[in-house]
Design a binder for this molecule. Structure first.
Ligand SMILES: Nc1ncnc2c1ncn2[C@@H]1O[C@H](COP(=O)(O)OP(=O)(O)OP(=O)(O)O)[C@@H](O)[C@H]1O
Length: 456
């Protein structure tokens, strides 16, 4: 609902202004600084019209400027339209300089006033949309990848550039950093997208089966080969072949793969007839290939063949700000999947997510967020639900976080009550809450509400 606060000390003008607006805008009025601040706290209006001439200085502008300062300090997103006399341009300009969004000159003209106010509402709306978009924005259009860090966005830009070409790409990085996801992106953003994406994990298949898995075999080529079968490479014809954990490929097979990459033909096991295949090859490994070459377990010539372009995916802990963005996105999607929507992280969880080194990268995070989605009580996910340590001030304080918040709330309520001599109406105005809410809170925190026996 649109909320407008009119701050005007002239009762006649107050009601004239009030009648300028339709039911679509909820209008409140205040005639001095104090009541204006109470209304601001309670309604949080998007737009305020502020007559600078307020008591005790109705002829000047000092009280109006003081209120303008208060409003922009307490609620800086509020659009304040300053109302001045016809000859008062100087103060209008000064108010704009202080942060007012517009000004309006008396005498009242209903059309101009509604125009100016509606424009301010539109501006407030646009700013809100912008803030929401910025907070949700995922800096990449690559499907499935959530990233905001410059490090990961640079990788995504490279993927977008490399995808339409056919160059053989090597993706390196720790386990769980998203190498396979990026390999799929290379495929999805290429002209091969509607053809197969065939993935094979070279570390997961026993050495004696890997060759026939990759290259296929002819009937009778070994015991049990009762009929011919195409391998992964042939099956990927026209599409993309993803060789995961290429660093674990046995030496003997590396030679055969090299021949395939050079000649673009496959020799099925037991066949002497090469079959031409058109595939784009993407490889990945979490190992240090240079080190493997030095150790003599990886062929240098194969390395140069597969690494026409190399992408080194940074670990999650080395991506500035990504851990939280990815965790929040996972919490949303896993929450939806598990029928626990609208979960949010507590402050200790946010701190813990930022501080954890994530040795298993996004895969580790998926497991932790999944667990927390199941374990969380209510709508808030804590560091404990994530099984993470929150080292804000030693583990003892973790248990006390809720207590810390409640203590702060209790102290502010008590302060407000004391400053108003325990007048509930005044204190609730000061706190920007209703009287019933204040009574609930004083009950909750067992605060005596009479001045004679404060429980401080
Ligand atoms: N930036 C990201 N945004 C969202 N999800 C991601 C991101 N990076 C990785 N993931 C998810 O994390 C999981 C692990 O990613 P992936 O399998 O691509 O990692 P990997 O580097 O290939 O791991 P490994 O080396 O162990 O094979 C997948 O479920 C993937 O969807």
């Amino acid at each position: 609902m649109k909320q407008l606060l009119i701050v005007e000390d002239d009762p006649g003008l107050q009601s004239q202004m009030r009648w300028c607006f339709t039911d679509a805008i909820e209008v409140s009025v205040a005639s001095d600084r104090e009541s204006a601040l109470t209304a601001l706290r309670r309604m949080e209006p998007q737009v305020v019209t502020l007559d600078l001439g307020l008591p005790p200085d109705p002829g000047g502008a000092s009280e109006g400027f003081a209120l303008l300062e208060d409003i922009l300090r307490l609620a800086p997103m509020t659009k304040v339209i300053v109302v001045t006399g016809r000859e008062d341009k100087e103060n209008a300009v000064k108010a704009i300089g202080m942060g007012a969004s517009d000004f309006y000159q008396k005498p009242l003209d209903a059309d101009i006033l509604t125009f100016v106010v509606n424009r301010a509402f539109r501006l407030a709306e646009l700013e809100l949309e912008n803030r929401e978009l910025a907070s949700q924005s995922n800096g990449t259009r690559i499907k499935g990848i959530v990233a905001a860090s410059p490090e990961m966005l640079a990788i995504c830009r490279t993927i977008e550039k490399v995808a339409p070409t056919d160059v053989t790409t090597l993706i390196t990085g720790e386990t769980g950093t998203g190498k396979e996801l990026l390999a799929r992106a290379l495929h999805d953003l290429s002209s091969r997208a509607d053809k197969p994406f065939a993935a094979i994990n070279c570390a997961a298949i026993p050495e004696n089966l890997l060759e026939s898995e990759l290259f296929g075999f002819e009937k009778g080529s070994f015991t049990g080969a009762t009929q011919s079968k195409k391998g992964k490479i042939e099956n990927a014809n026209g599409g993309t072949l993803f060789l995961d954990e290429i660093g674990d490929m046995p030496m003997a097979l590396q030679a055969k793969l090299l021949r395939f990459l050079q000649e673009r033909v496959v020799d099925r096991v037991g066949s002497v007839k090469p079959v031409p295949v058109d595939v784009r090859v993407v490889c990945a490994t979490h190992r240090d290939v240079q080190e493997l070459i030095t150790q003599g377990t990886f062929r240098e010539d194969l390395y140069y063949r597969i690494s026409e372009i190399t992408l080194d995916v940074p670990a999650l802990r080395d991506r500035d700000g990504d851990a939280l963005v990815v965790a929040q996105s996972l919490l949303q999607s896993l929450g939806k999947q598990m029928d626990r929507p609208n979960l949010t992280f507590t402050e200790d969880a946010i701190k813990a997510i930022k501080n954890h080194p994530w040795p298993g990268n996004v895969r580790e995070m998926i497991n932790k967020v999944k667990r927390a989605t199941i374990m969380a009580d209510g709508k808030r996910v804590t560091a404990a639900d994530l099984e993470l340590n929150c080292d804000m001030a030693g583990p003892e304080s973790q248990l006390n976080l809720r207590q810390v918040r409640e203590n702060a709330e209790r102290a502010v309520i008590l302060q407000a009550l004391q400053s108003c001599s325990f007048n509930m109406a005044q204190a609730s105005r000061l706190l920007g809450i209703t009287r019933p809410t204040l009574y609930n809170l004083t009950d909750k925190y067992r605060i005596e509400t009479s001045a004679e026996s404060p429980s401080a």
